[in-house]
Design a protein around this ligand. Structure first.
Ligand SMILES: Nc1nc2c(c(CN[C@H]3C=C[C@H](O)[C@@H]3O)cn2[C@@H]2O[C@H](COP(=O)(O)O)[C@@H](O)[C@H]2O)c(=O)[nH]1
Length: 341
Protein backbone atom coordinates (compact mmCIF):
# COMPACT_ATOMS: atom_id res chain seq x y z
CA UNK A 1 0.00 0.00 0.00
CA UNK A 2 1.29 3.48 -0.87
CA UNK A 3 2.52 5.58 2.04
CA UNK A 4 0.60 8.69 3.12
CA UNK A 5 1.09 12.05 1.37
CA UNK A 6 4.22 13.84 2.68
CA UNK A 7 3.58 16.59 5.27
CA UNK A 8 4.04 19.27 2.60
CA UNK A 9 1.72 17.51 0.11
CA UNK A 10 -0.78 16.89 2.93
CA UNK A 11 -0.75 20.55 3.95
CA UNK A 12 -1.29 21.78 0.37
CA UNK A 13 -4.19 19.35 -0.14
CA UNK A 14 -5.80 20.34 3.18
CA UNK A 15 -5.43 24.08 2.51
CA UNK A 16 -7.11 23.63 -0.92
CA UNK A 17 -10.08 21.83 0.62
CA UNK A 18 -10.39 23.53 4.00
CA UNK A 19 -13.84 24.75 5.13
CA UNK A 20 -13.15 26.27 8.56
CA UNK A 21 -9.54 27.49 8.41
CA UNK A 22 -8.21 30.05 5.91
CA UNK A 23 -4.81 31.47 5.02
CA UNK A 24 -4.72 35.27 4.67
CA UNK A 25 -2.35 36.36 1.88
CA UNK A 26 -1.93 39.85 3.29
CA UNK A 27 -1.12 38.41 6.68
CA UNK A 28 1.42 36.02 5.14
CA UNK A 29 3.21 39.00 3.59
CA UNK A 30 3.12 41.00 6.83
CA UNK A 31 4.68 38.10 8.75
CA UNK A 32 7.35 37.72 6.06
CA UNK A 33 8.13 41.44 6.43
CA UNK A 34 8.35 41.05 10.24
CA UNK A 35 10.81 38.18 9.73
CA UNK A 36 12.84 40.08 7.12
CA UNK A 37 14.08 42.39 9.83
CA UNK A 38 15.42 39.35 11.73
CA UNK A 39 17.18 37.39 8.97
CA UNK A 40 20.66 38.57 9.93
CA UNK A 41 20.08 38.12 13.68
CA UNK A 42 20.58 35.12 16.04
CA UNK A 43 16.85 34.23 16.20
CA UNK A 44 16.79 33.05 12.58
CA UNK A 45 20.04 31.21 12.83
CA UNK A 46 20.91 27.64 13.71
CA UNK A 47 23.05 28.84 16.64
CA UNK A 48 19.97 30.31 18.34
CA UNK A 49 18.87 26.81 19.40
CA UNK A 50 21.64 26.80 22.03
CA UNK A 51 22.34 30.52 22.46
CA UNK A 52 18.71 31.45 23.20
CA UNK A 53 17.63 28.40 25.24
CA UNK A 54 19.50 27.69 28.47
CA UNK A 55 17.93 24.23 28.97
CA UNK A 56 19.13 22.86 25.63
CA UNK A 57 22.45 20.96 25.74
CA UNK A 58 25.62 23.00 25.11
CA UNK A 59 27.52 19.97 23.78
CA UNK A 60 27.29 18.37 20.33
CA UNK A 61 28.16 14.84 21.43
CA UNK A 62 26.36 11.46 21.69
CA UNK A 63 24.87 12.31 25.10
CA UNK A 64 23.42 15.55 23.68
CA UNK A 65 21.88 13.66 20.74
CA UNK A 66 20.29 11.17 23.16
CA UNK A 67 18.98 14.08 25.26
CA UNK A 68 17.25 15.43 22.14
CA UNK A 69 15.78 12.00 21.38
CA UNK A 70 14.21 11.51 24.82
CA UNK A 71 12.79 15.05 25.02
CA UNK A 72 11.31 14.83 21.52
CA UNK A 73 9.91 11.37 22.28
CA UNK A 74 7.97 13.04 25.13
CA UNK A 75 7.41 16.37 23.35
CA UNK A 76 3.60 16.44 23.33
CA UNK A 77 0.44 17.70 25.01
CA UNK A 78 1.54 20.04 27.79
CA UNK A 79 -1.56 22.24 27.79
CA UNK A 80 -3.74 22.23 30.90
CA UNK A 81 -7.56 22.53 31.07
CA UNK A 82 -7.26 25.71 33.14
CA UNK A 83 -4.21 27.88 32.47
CA UNK A 84 -3.94 28.96 36.10
CA UNK A 85 -3.58 25.32 37.23
CA UNK A 86 -0.74 23.64 35.39
CA UNK A 87 2.37 21.52 35.76
CA UNK A 88 5.41 23.61 36.74
CA UNK A 89 9.01 22.47 37.25
CA UNK A 90 11.57 24.50 39.18
CA UNK A 91 15.15 24.07 38.02
CA UNK A 92 18.29 26.01 39.05
CA UNK A 93 16.23 28.88 40.45
CA UNK A 94 13.78 29.28 37.55
CA UNK A 95 10.26 27.88 37.07
CA UNK A 96 9.30 26.31 33.74
CA UNK A 97 5.94 25.41 32.20
CA UNK A 98 4.81 23.59 29.07
CA UNK A 99 7.48 22.09 26.85
CA UNK A 100 10.21 23.67 28.93
CA UNK A 101 8.91 21.92 32.06
CA UNK A 102 9.79 18.65 30.32
CA UNK A 103 13.34 19.83 29.56
CA UNK A 104 13.76 21.10 33.12
CA UNK A 105 12.57 17.74 34.50
CA UNK A 106 15.02 15.83 32.25
CA UNK A 107 17.93 18.06 33.33
CA UNK A 108 16.89 17.78 37.00
CA UNK A 109 16.87 13.96 36.72
CA UNK A 110 20.35 13.95 35.15
CA UNK A 111 21.59 16.22 37.97
CA UNK A 112 20.11 13.71 40.44
CA UNK A 113 22.09 10.89 38.78
CA UNK A 114 19.05 9.36 37.08
CA UNK A 115 20.18 8.28 33.55
CA UNK A 116 16.83 9.23 31.95
CA UNK A 117 18.43 9.71 28.50
CA UNK A 118 19.90 6.17 28.43
CA UNK A 119 17.79 3.62 26.56
CA UNK A 120 18.94 0.87 28.93
CA UNK A 121 17.27 2.89 31.72
CA UNK A 122 14.05 4.10 30.11
CA UNK A 123 13.39 0.74 28.38
CA UNK A 124 12.46 -0.70 31.80
CA UNK A 125 11.77 2.42 33.86
CA UNK A 126 8.69 1.96 36.08
CA UNK A 127 5.63 4.23 36.20
CA UNK A 128 6.61 5.33 39.73
CA UNK A 129 10.08 6.32 38.50
CA UNK A 130 8.61 8.28 35.55
CA UNK A 131 6.20 10.05 37.92
CA UNK A 132 9.20 10.98 40.07
CA UNK A 133 11.32 12.19 37.13
CA UNK A 134 8.47 14.29 35.67
CA UNK A 135 7.11 15.47 39.04
CA UNK A 136 5.49 18.89 39.14
CA UNK A 137 6.01 21.58 41.80
CA UNK A 138 2.22 22.08 41.76
CA UNK A 139 -0.54 19.56 42.42
CA UNK A 140 -1.08 19.35 38.65
CA UNK A 141 0.98 16.52 37.10
CA UNK A 142 2.34 16.61 33.55
CA UNK A 143 -0.51 15.41 31.29
CA UNK A 144 -0.58 11.83 29.93
CA UNK A 145 2.01 10.49 32.40
CA UNK A 146 0.91 6.87 31.84
CA UNK A 147 1.26 7.32 28.07
CA UNK A 148 4.70 8.85 28.56
CA UNK A 149 5.73 5.83 30.62
CA UNK A 150 4.40 3.37 28.00
CA UNK A 151 6.17 5.24 25.20
CA UNK A 152 9.48 5.34 27.09
CA UNK A 153 9.40 1.57 27.62
CA UNK A 154 8.35 0.85 24.02
CA UNK A 155 10.90 3.26 22.51
CA UNK A 156 13.75 2.19 24.80
CA UNK A 157 13.32 -1.47 23.93
CA UNK A 158 13.39 -0.68 20.18
CA UNK A 159 16.42 1.59 20.62
CA UNK A 160 18.29 -1.28 22.34
CA UNK A 161 17.20 -3.86 19.74
CA UNK A 162 17.77 -1.86 16.56
CA UNK A 163 20.31 0.86 17.32
CA UNK A 164 22.53 -0.53 20.13
CA UNK A 165 20.82 1.83 22.57
CA UNK A 166 21.89 5.13 20.99
CA UNK A 167 19.98 7.49 18.69
CA UNK A 168 23.34 8.55 17.19
CA UNK A 169 23.45 5.13 15.49
CA UNK A 170 20.01 5.85 13.99
CA UNK A 171 21.27 9.24 12.77
CA UNK A 172 24.32 7.63 11.19
CA UNK A 173 22.13 5.14 9.27
CA UNK A 174 20.37 8.07 7.56
CA UNK A 175 23.55 9.07 5.64
CA UNK A 176 23.13 12.80 6.37
CA UNK A 177 19.63 12.92 4.84
CA UNK A 178 16.90 14.59 6.90
CA UNK A 179 14.22 12.71 4.93
CA UNK A 180 15.90 9.32 5.43
CA UNK A 181 16.22 10.02 9.16
CA UNK A 182 12.59 11.14 9.46
CA UNK A 183 11.34 7.99 7.70
CA UNK A 184 13.66 5.70 9.67
CA UNK A 185 12.31 7.20 12.91
CA UNK A 186 8.66 6.79 11.81
CA UNK A 187 9.31 3.21 10.61
CA UNK A 188 11.16 2.23 13.81
CA UNK A 189 9.19 4.00 16.56
CA UNK A 190 5.35 3.66 16.55
CA UNK A 191 4.71 6.70 18.74
CA UNK A 192 6.10 8.95 15.97
CA UNK A 193 3.50 7.81 13.39
CA UNK A 194 1.52 11.06 13.19
CA UNK A 195 -0.69 9.97 10.26
CA UNK A 196 -4.44 10.40 9.71
CA UNK A 197 -7.13 10.78 7.00
CA UNK A 198 -8.58 13.81 5.21
CA UNK A 199 -11.16 13.74 2.38
CA UNK A 200 -10.42 10.04 1.83
CA UNK A 201 -6.63 10.47 1.55
CA UNK A 202 -4.00 9.29 4.02
CA UNK A 203 -2.07 12.32 5.17
CA UNK A 204 0.94 12.83 7.46
CA UNK A 205 2.23 15.60 9.69
CA UNK A 206 5.02 13.64 11.42
CA UNK A 207 5.31 16.54 13.86
CA UNK A 208 7.57 14.86 16.44
CA UNK A 209 9.66 13.07 13.79
CA UNK A 210 10.27 16.36 11.98
CA UNK A 211 11.14 18.30 15.13
CA UNK A 212 13.43 15.44 16.19
CA UNK A 213 15.33 15.77 12.90
CA UNK A 214 15.44 19.56 13.32
CA UNK A 215 16.62 19.41 16.93
CA UNK A 216 19.26 16.81 15.95
CA UNK A 217 20.47 19.19 13.21
CA UNK A 218 20.53 21.98 15.82
CA UNK A 219 22.27 20.11 18.64
CA UNK A 220 24.96 18.93 16.19
CA UNK A 221 25.20 22.53 14.91
CA UNK A 222 24.61 21.42 11.33
CA UNK A 223 28.01 19.72 11.30
CA UNK A 224 29.35 16.14 11.03
CA UNK A 225 26.56 13.56 11.43
CA UNK A 226 24.10 16.48 11.62
CA UNK A 227 25.08 18.04 8.30
CA UNK A 228 21.74 17.23 6.61
CA UNK A 229 21.99 18.31 2.96
CA UNK A 230 18.17 18.32 2.66
CA UNK A 231 17.22 20.03 5.96
CA UNK A 232 15.18 22.55 3.93
CA UNK A 233 12.75 19.76 3.01
CA UNK A 234 11.61 19.60 6.65
CA UNK A 235 8.43 21.64 7.20
CA UNK A 236 7.21 23.53 10.29
CA UNK A 237 5.97 21.32 13.13
CA UNK A 238 2.17 21.11 13.34
CA UNK A 239 1.59 21.62 17.07
CA UNK A 240 -1.02 23.68 18.97
CA UNK A 241 1.04 26.86 19.46
CA UNK A 242 1.91 27.75 15.87
CA UNK A 243 -1.77 28.00 14.77
CA UNK A 244 -2.42 30.34 17.70
CA UNK A 245 0.46 32.67 16.81
CA UNK A 246 -0.40 32.62 13.09
CA UNK A 247 -3.97 33.72 13.91
CA UNK A 248 -2.57 36.37 16.28
CA UNK A 249 -0.33 37.68 13.47
CA UNK A 250 -3.22 37.72 10.98
CA UNK A 251 -1.87 35.04 8.62
CA UNK A 252 -4.55 32.49 9.50
CA UNK A 253 -8.31 32.83 10.15
CA UNK A 254 -10.98 30.53 11.57
CA UNK A 255 -14.66 30.36 10.58
CA UNK A 256 -17.07 31.89 13.09
CA UNK A 257 -18.32 28.43 14.04
CA UNK A 258 -14.83 27.05 14.70
CA UNK A 259 -13.70 30.16 16.60
CA UNK A 260 -16.76 29.89 18.89
CA UNK A 261 -15.96 26.22 19.53
CA UNK A 262 -12.33 27.03 20.40
CA UNK A 263 -13.30 29.99 22.61
CA UNK A 264 -15.52 27.60 24.59
CA UNK A 265 -12.48 25.34 25.01
CA UNK A 266 -14.22 22.43 23.33
CA UNK A 267 -11.91 19.46 22.76
CA UNK A 268 -11.14 18.34 19.20
CA UNK A 269 -10.12 14.73 18.70
CA UNK A 270 -6.99 13.74 16.83
CA UNK A 271 -7.99 13.32 13.16
CA UNK A 272 -11.22 15.39 13.37
CA UNK A 273 -11.76 17.39 10.19
CA UNK A 274 -11.35 20.75 11.94
CA UNK A 275 -8.26 19.60 13.87
CA UNK A 276 -6.67 18.43 10.62
CA UNK A 277 -7.58 21.73 8.90
CA UNK A 278 -5.97 23.75 11.71
CA UNK A 279 -2.74 21.72 11.52
CA UNK A 280 -2.61 21.48 7.72
CA UNK A 281 -3.40 25.16 7.02
CA UNK A 282 -0.82 26.24 9.64
CA UNK A 283 1.82 24.10 7.98
CA UNK A 284 0.96 25.43 4.51
CA UNK A 285 0.84 28.99 5.84
CA UNK A 286 4.45 28.75 7.09
CA UNK A 287 5.53 27.33 3.71
CA UNK A 288 3.97 30.39 2.02
CA UNK A 289 5.60 32.74 4.55
CA UNK A 290 8.96 31.11 3.81
CA UNK A 291 8.47 31.52 0.03
CA UNK A 292 7.49 35.17 0.50
CA UNK A 293 10.44 35.85 2.83
CA UNK A 294 12.93 34.31 0.38
CA UNK A 295 11.47 36.55 -2.36
CA UNK A 296 11.84 39.64 -0.15
CA UNK A 297 15.45 38.72 0.73
CA UNK A 298 16.21 38.33 -2.98
CA UNK A 299 14.51 41.61 -3.91
CA UNK A 300 16.13 43.63 -1.10
CA UNK A 301 19.48 41.89 -1.34
CA UNK A 302 19.34 41.32 2.44
CA UNK A 303 22.33 39.59 4.02
CA UNK A 304 21.28 36.43 5.87
CA UNK A 305 23.27 34.66 8.56
CA UNK A 306 22.93 31.33 6.76
CA UNK A 307 20.20 29.42 4.94
CA UNK A 308 16.61 30.43 5.85
CA UNK A 309 14.29 27.38 6.04
CA UNK A 310 10.96 26.36 7.57
CA UNK A 311 12.70 24.90 10.64
CA UNK A 312 14.17 28.26 11.61
CA UNK A 313 10.89 30.07 10.84
CA UNK A 314 9.06 27.59 13.04
CA UNK A 315 11.53 27.96 15.91
CA UNK A 316 11.22 31.75 15.67
CA UNK A 317 7.41 31.74 15.60
CA UNK A 318 7.21 29.26 18.47
CA UNK A 319 9.55 31.38 20.59
CA UNK A 320 7.55 34.47 19.54
CA UNK A 321 4.37 32.76 20.84
CA UNK A 322 6.14 32.05 24.13
CA UNK A 323 7.30 35.64 24.48
CA UNK A 324 3.90 37.13 23.57
CA UNK A 325 1.71 34.88 25.73
CA UNK A 326 -0.06 37.92 27.27
CA UNK A 327 -0.80 39.58 23.91
CA UNK A 328 -2.21 36.28 22.61
CA UNK A 329 -4.58 35.72 25.56
CA UNK A 330 -7.65 36.39 23.45
CA UNK A 331 -6.63 33.92 20.72
CA UNK A 332 -7.62 30.35 21.63
CA UNK A 333 -5.47 27.36 20.76
CA UNK A 334 -7.14 24.06 19.92
CA UNK A 335 -7.34 21.42 22.66
CA UNK A 336 -6.49 17.96 21.41
CA UNK A 337 -5.14 15.40 23.88
CA UNK A 338 -2.78 13.05 22.02
CA UNK A 339 0.80 11.76 21.93
CA UNK A 340 1.65 13.27 18.54
CA UNK A 341 2.05 16.98 19.38
N1 LIG B 1 5.98 24.11 16.20
C1 LIG B 1 6.72 23.90 17.30
N2 LIG B 1 6.16 23.24 18.34
C2 LIG B 1 6.95 23.06 19.43
C3 LIG B 1 8.27 23.48 19.52
C4 LIG B 1 8.72 23.08 20.81
C5 LIG B 1 10.04 23.28 21.44
N3 LIG B 1 11.10 23.59 20.54
C6 LIG B 1 12.01 24.55 21.06
C7 LIG B 1 13.17 23.89 21.61
C8 LIG B 1 14.28 24.26 21.00
C9 LIG B 1 13.99 25.13 19.89
O1 LIG B 1 14.75 26.29 19.97
C10 LIG B 1 12.54 25.46 20.00
O2 LIG B 1 12.36 26.77 20.41
C11 LIG B 1 7.67 22.45 21.44
N4 LIG B 1 6.63 22.45 20.59
C12 LIG B 1 5.25 22.02 20.80
O3 LIG B 1 4.57 23.14 21.40
C13 LIG B 1 3.60 22.66 22.34
C14 LIG B 1 4.05 23.08 23.72
O4 LIG B 1 3.87 24.49 23.80
P1 LIG B 1 3.77 25.15 25.28
O5 LIG B 1 2.52 24.51 25.93
O6 LIG B 1 3.66 26.63 25.01
O7 LIG B 1 5.06 24.76 26.00
C15 LIG B 1 3.61 21.13 22.20
O8 LIG B 1 2.74 20.74 21.16
C16 LIG B 1 5.05 20.87 21.76
O9 LIG B 1 5.17 19.64 21.06
C17 LIG B 1 8.83 24.17 18.41
O10 LIG B 1 9.99 24.61 18.38
N5 LIG B 1 8.01 24.35 17.33
Amino acid sequence: MDGPLTPRESAKFIAENSRDVFIDGGGVRRVAELLLAKVSGPELHLGGWKALHELNPRAADEAAVNWVFVTDTLNFSFWSERDERKCLVGYRGKTYSGYWSLCAAVNRALDEGIPITSASYYATVTLDQVQHVLRSDTDVPMPLIEERHRILNETGKIMLEKFEGSFLNCVRKSEKSAQKLMHLVVKSFPSYRDVTQFEGKRISFYKRAQILVADTWSVLEGKGDGCFKDISSITMFADYRLPQVLVHLGALNYSKELLEKLLKGEMLSYGDRQEVEIRGCSLWCVELIRDCLLELIEKKGEKTSGEINSVLLDYYLWDYARDHREDMKGIPFHHTRCIYY
